[in-house]
Design a protein around this ligand. Structure first.
Ligand SMILES: *[C@@H]1O[C@H](CO)[C@@H](O)[C@H](O)[C@H]1NC(C)=O
Ligand SMILES: *[C@@H]1O[C@H](CO)[C@@H](O)[C@H](O)[C@H]1NC(C)=O
Ligand SMILES: *[C@@H]1O[C@H](CO)[C@@H](O)[C@H](O)[C@H]1NC(C)=O
Ligand SMILES: *[C@@H]1O[C@H](CO)[C@@H](O)[C@H](O)[C@H]1NC(C)=O
Ligand SMILES: *[C@@H]1O[C@H](CO)[C@@H](O)[C@H](O)[C@H]1NC(C)=O
Ligand SMILES: *[C@@H]1O[C@H](CO)[C@@H](O)[C@H](O)[C@H]1NC(C)=O
Ligand SMILES: *[C@@H]1O[C@H](CO)[C@@H](O)[C@H](O)[C@H]1NC(C)=O
Length: 446
């Protein structure tokens, strides 16, 4: 049937183009069609196929006024011809669009685009933003589509897209599945982020009118988009006026962003501009850790105590400022559980890492002080897990998260050397002052 209808339309279009030439008036074109048809100077094949068209139009039921003689009734509307062609199966619109390419007059082309859009608006597919998007992109491929029509289709697409994407915000269930939401997000992943931004702008208007910003931010932490889309969506949410005066909601978004950037695929899958924008939203220490080429680790209260290899031994000290010696390159990785981890090595100290000798028994910690002096400058990678705190960062061993890097205890001084050591992670709160560090940008140190 589709082929049969297609043949009808091909002939119609070729013929329309030939007959109507460059006429500016489509109504005139239509009446001319039937005037000519009523005459005798028509090519036989066209005549035959237009005969078929009459049946289609009459059978399709649209546009006609019930008179079974199409030739004497007013011209069937283009809408009814297209409805007959599509006949309830919107996928056939592709075929019509292919044929439009063969028509010569702009007016006819544009009338067909509009008629197709009317047809889509009347079909159930209008509730599926993916279908509207497909149509929009097909129109974009066509020539001479009226700008107003493209804008209208895009506008409706955005509205329907935002409505659909807002549905997960209306449930507390973290396990509910939204296949259409997933399909739209997947489809959007093939487009530029501009489109996602336009939808989100409407989406946030809707969901922030109906939900407190904090719950929107929390819901976004478990939204089924890809990592780039989620990064983008969180950043856009952070920009909303509703979030400016809402510190808990901002913190929640920041938590979302941190979760995203700690994922193994973050750097690979999130484009540079979005990554940069995301880093901008982080506290200074954290941003420095991600973006500076080299960093220094400094005592929070003593701006003259920096971590570096001790002058006399291979232990690590917190010594007076010497940027050259204290500058470490940052290496990032993920452990077997996918947890983000960092290693720090110094080009000054022949690429040796800040290394912790693993503790094997609890007696590795001094029973009175709770300290283990087991931090060295070593020729082997050692991974630390960085936890971000209000005043700076804490460095835990990435393997077990059971030890934390500390310094400043007067018992662990040897002349000019102020040794760095570890404590049990469980003791962190008791010795917080000894175990929080600042991250400084030491990129310029050579
Ligand atoms: C068809 O032709 C007849 C005779 O020439 C004429 O009377 C009639 O008005 C025409 N109809 C249309 C729709 O042009
Ligand atoms: C329209 O026709 C031209 C020339 O035949 C072709 O290059 C182009 O791809 C066609 N466009 C569409 C949307 O079919
Ligand atoms: C997010 O949703 C998934 C199911 O879609 C669930 O398994 C997971 O626990 C949720 N995570 C959070 C943080 O709520
Ligand atoms: C670190 O310092 C370098 C050199 O001054 C500068 O180019 C870079 O932007 C800084 N990075 C951060 C995160 O401050
Ligand atoms: C524990 O530390 C104290 C104080 O530095 C020291 O006197 C003691 O010998 C240490 N104990 C062990 C078992 O190393
Ligand atoms: C990885 O996860 C397992 C199971 O949750 C846990 O037992 C193990 O300690 C984790 N390992 C690391 C290095 O975090
Ligand atoms: C920082 O310096 C203070 C004062 O010397 C000291 O009490 C604290 O333990 C030091 N903290 C670190 C992390 O070295």
């Amino acid at each position: 049937m589709a082929v049969y209808r297609g043949v009808v339309l091909i002939y119609l279009f070729i013929w329309l183009s030939a007959v109507c030439g460059n006429s500016n008036d489509l109504v005139l074109e239509r009446s001319q069609i039937f005037k000519t048809l009523n005459g005798s100077s028509i090519d036989l094949s066209v005549h035959l196929d237009l005969g078929l068209l009459e049946h289609v139009v009459a059978g399709g039921g649209g546009g006609g006024n019930g008179n079974d003689n199409a030739l004497t009734t007013p011209a069937p509307s283009l809408e009814s011809i297209i409805r007959a062609e599509i006949s309830g199966d919107w996928e056939r619109s592709r075929f019509v669009l292919q044929l439009v390419n063969q028509t010569r007059t702009i007016q006819l082309k544009q009338a067909i685009y509009r008629a197709l859009w009317q047809e889509l608006r009347q079909s159930k597919q209008i509730y599926n933003p993916v279908k509207i998007l497909e149509f929009y992109e097909q129109l974009e491929q066509q020539s001479q589509v009226p700008k107003g029509l493209l804008e209208e289709v895009y506008g409706i697409f955005l509205e329907r897209g935002a409505e659909l994407l807002s549905t997960p915000f209306y449930t507390n269930s973290q396990t509910a599945n939204f296949p259409l939401v997933n399909a739209l997000l997947l489809r959007l992943s093939f487009n530029t982020l501009d489109m996602l931004r336009d939808i989100l702008a409407i989406l946030y208007e809707i969901v922030l009118a109906l939900n407190p910003p904090l719950s929107v931010a929390n819901r976004l932490s478990n939204y089924s988009a890809n990592i780039l889309q989620l990064s983008f969506a969180n950043l856009q949410l952070l920009d909303r006026p509703e979030l400016q005066q809402d510190p808990p909601a901002r913190l929640s978004v920041q938590r979302n962003l941190r979760e995203l950037l700690e994922q193994p695929e973050f750097e690979r899958n999130v484009e540079t501009s979005v990554r940069q924008e995301l880093y901008e939203q982080l506290p200074l220490d954290e941003r420095t850790l991600y973006t500076a080429q080299k960093i220094c680790l400094r005592n929070v209260t003593d701006d003259n105590a920096y971590i570096y290899e001790c002058p006399q031994t291979y232990l690590i000290c917190s010594n007076p400022q010497d940027a050259k010696k204290a500058a470490f390159y940052v290496q990032r990785g993920h452990n077997a559980n996918g947890t983000l981890q960092f290693a720090f090595y110094s080009s000054y100290w022949r690429n040796r890492y800040i290394f912790r000798e693993p503790t094997t028994t609890t007696s590795d910690y001094n029973s009175t002080t709770g300290i283990s002096k087991n931090v060295y400058s070593r020729n082997a990678v050692y991974w630390w897990q960085v936890r971000h705190l209000e005043e700076g960062v804490a460095l835990y061993d990435a393997g077990t998260s059971s030890a934390v890097l500390c310094g400043g205890n007067p018992l662990h001084r040897d002349g000019e050397e102020h040794h760095v050591y570890t404590r049990r992670a469980a003791d962190f709160n008791l010795y917080r002052r000894e175990c929080v560090w600042r991250v400084e940008n030491c990129t310029e140190a050579t």
